[in-house]
Design a protein around this ligand. Structure first.
Ligand code: PEP
Ligand code: MG
Length: 676
């Protein structure tokens, strides 16, 4: 040293006692505490180290409970600093207060959970949501049932138990003199079931000819004809219906085409409707919910939910399901609190009259006590006030205190969600999932139909960008006209851009529709599941071909920006090679987490491992942000992590320019960013 003095420095080894280590919340608190001191503070962990004043860097160290670390301080207040920081690290509950709430919250960090839940009190009585600012588990003594927090908010109200009874025939055979009446009973049941189907589709419209197809299956020789033959031969009508339905469904299930395979569900549905009528049993369906209720079910499909009036669903509780299932995404986009994977047998759901649900923590109480009901009522009131307070952010384009603007955009799955996103001031669409356009129909959507949809969305949000993701579908979801072979690992299989590149007949109409819509608004194209630079180059060549064709045909088109989703480890690790090829990155944390952690996003048993705040995932995100910065392109996050309050400061800190999420979370994200 030039002045010849030995520079002072203080080092202390500490064993970390903080429960679960320095994950998102404690790291943030730790960094906040460190900033109270003027000295420099370094945390050394094995061969790595990080500035204690940076929560992001701390999290990237991946410090666990029981790990030994070294605190190194240098400066005037170094002794105080080291003492306070060491004290923090020795306390199991440090940074995780209030304890119960935070523990559950961290177990659910990728489940849309938050310590500042958005107001979600929903219209009607007996339901509502958590208030802002905290996620406090009620002080009621009754222990909750624990599940996966799938959509935040609280609710309580009457239960609507949705557990369709298995159907059985009371007898197998009939006497010869009964065959005529039995045949008549069957015809009446069939007519009734089909009339009910007709009126259901009259209400919702049969744009894709689904009702028509179902009627033709039901009246076919293979179904109705075969049942008639069996009744004539002395079989009970219910027994014959169930048998024929099961055999026909099984033959659909064995077809090597996912779309056709899933038609087995239609056969099961018709069979059920006819058999219910033969048995005189009432049907349970979510369409029957007439007032706000908490739905209790084993499992639900997105179409089940589509049949219900969502205003009457106060909350969803399922014994199966996961936080990143499509049902969970739909629940979040409607602001319906939900707990999935509840650890009780289905039989326990029967007979439940009232339910209290905390979707933020994944807690459920059957028959809540009066005290608990009162607490929930108070939280609902607070939530209303909190929601009203968030409204001021509607027209705010959030900027951090350091002056960095961050765009808060919406994730949409259909144009029906445009109004909800605009109502909260979404600054464009960061992810338009096009899969819904292709699903639940009998034929592929044509170029013109797609163009109209993309254009409608683009016009609604102009001049903000609207990012249309090209078809991201695989063998786990059926699409008419694409034969997906059965695969052992459909999530590692022929899906997304891989399938599209092999099927230009499917892909080119979408690319042409996108190019055309780009002449009407700020449309951008985004490719899912990219794993290799060559895939991007091949898509670009195909887009150029489409553009040449459109020009030759004299059809107007634009030049959409092209981005890719970073959701495979390969894309994250080669982000620097991909960046020069594209205009932007969008990190799909739902898949990136599942692939980095090798933990199926739909498996409730793996929920503790499936964490987007795991150091491995954060390091991948950091790499992607660095590569984007180097190449001078924007980076967005459109997975569920973008909406999670503990993740937002980290993502912004890492350099993310846009966060895209369910419309229900937009206002809160604007507030969080504005206060950073
Ligand atoms: C993602 O993987 O993070 C994502 C946004 O895409 P999806 O949830 O549709 O797979
Ligand atoms: Mg994905």
């Amino acid at each position: 040293m030039s002045d010849g003095k030995v520079k002072s420095m203080l080092e202390t080894a500490v064993v970390v006692k903080v429960t679960e280590g320095l994950h998102a919340r404690p790291a943030t608190q730790f960094a906040k505490l460190a900033k109270e001191f003027s000295c420099s503070l370094l945390v050394l962990h094995g061969s790595t180290s990080a500035d204690a004043k940076s929560a992001v860097k701390l999290m990237l160290l991946g410090i666990r409970e029981h790990d030994q670390i070294v605190l190194r301080a240098d400066g005037a207040d170094e002794s105080d600093a080291v003492a306070r920081m060491a004290q923090f690290l020795s306390s199991p509950q440090a940074g995780v207060q209030p304890a119960r709430a935070a523990q559950a919250a961290d177990a659910a960090a990728c489940a849309g959970e938050t310590d500042a839940p958005i107001a979600q009190s929903r219209s009607g009585d007996g339901n509502g949501a958590d208030a802002g600012g905290r996620s406090v588990a009620p002080a009621d003594e009754t222990p909750p049932l624990i599940g996966i927090p799938a959509s935040e908010g609280v609710a309580f109200g009457d239960a609507y138990v949705y557990l369709p009874e298995p159907l059985r025939a009371a007898r197998q055979f009939i006497a010869p003199h009964e065959t005529a009446t039995e045949a008549m009973r069957f015809e009446r049941a069939l007519d009734d079931a089909l009339a009910a189907l007709d009126s259901q589709f009259d209400r919702i419209g049969d744009h894709d000819g689904i009702a028509e197809a179902l009627v033709s299956v039901a009246r076919s020789d293979e179904f109705a004809g075969e049942i008639r033959t069996r009744i004539a031969a002395g079989r009970d009508a219910t027994a014959a219906t169930l048998e024929v339905g099961a055999t026909l469904a099984a033959s659909f299930e064995s077809i090597d085409d996912e779309y056709l395979r899933s038609r087995a569900d239609d056969i099961h549905g018709i069979t059920r409707q006819v058999a219910l009528r033969l048995n005189g049993q009432p049907d349970v369906s979510l369409a029957g919910i007439a007032k706000p209720c908490v739905v209790l079910a084993s499992d639900l499909t997105a179409p089940d939910l589509a049949r219900a009036n969502v205003a009457n669903i106060a909350a969803l509780v399922c014994t199966r399901g996961s936080a990143t299932s499509h049902l969970a995404i739909i629940a979040r986009s409607h602001g319906i609190p939900a707990v999935f994977g509840l650890a009780v047998p289905d039989s326990d759901l029967r007979g439940v009259a009232q339910v209290a649900v905390d979707g933020t923590l994944g807690h459920v109480w059957f028959e809540p006590t009066r005290a608990l009901q009162e607490q929930f009522a108070a939280r609902i009131d607070e939530a209303r006030a909190h929601r009203a307070a968030l409204d001021v952010y509607r027209d705010v384009g959030p900027v951090t205190r350091a002056g960095r603007p961050v765009r808060i955009a919406a994730n949409l799955g259909s144009p029906d969600e445009i109004d909800a996103a605009k109502a909260v001031g979404a600054m464009g669409v960061g992810l338009f999932r096009t899969e819904l356009l292709f699903m639940n129909r009998r034929s592929l959507p044509g170029e013109h139909e797609q163009y109209s949809v993309y254009r409608r969305v683009a016009e609604a949000f102009a001049p903000h960008p609207v990012v249309i993701r090209t078809l991201d579908i695989g063998g786990d979801k059926p699409v008419p006209g694409i034969a997906f072979a059965r695969e052992d690992n459909p999530f590692l299989g022929w899906r997304g851009v891989r399938m599209c590149l092999d099927r230009p007949d499917v892909f080119k109409p979408q690319l042409r529709a996108l190019l055309r819509a780009a002449s009407a608004g700020n449309v951008q194209a985004m490719l899912p599941m990219i794993a290799d630079v060559d895939e991007v180059r091949r898509v670009k060549a195909l887009m150029a071909e489409c553009a040449r064709e459109l020009a030759g045909e004299g059809i107007a088109f634009g030049a959409p920006k092209l981005g890719i989703m970073i959701e495979t480890p390969a894309a994250a690790l080669t982000a620097d090679m991909l960046a020069p090829e594209v205009d932007f990155f969008s990190i799909g944390t739902n898949d990136l987490t599942q692939y980095v952690m090798a933990a199926d996003r739909a498996n409730p048993k793996l929920a503790p491992l499936y964490r987007c705040d795991h150091p491995a995932v954060l390091r991948a995100i950091a790499m992607v942000c660095d590569a984007a910065r180097q190449a001078g392109i924007e980076v967005a996050v459109c997975g569920e992590a973008a909406a999670q309050p503990p993740m937002i400061p980290l993502l912004v800190g890492l350099g993310v320019d846009e966060l895209s999420m369910s419309p229900a979370c937009v206002l809160r994200a604007k507030k969080i960013v504005s206060e950073l």
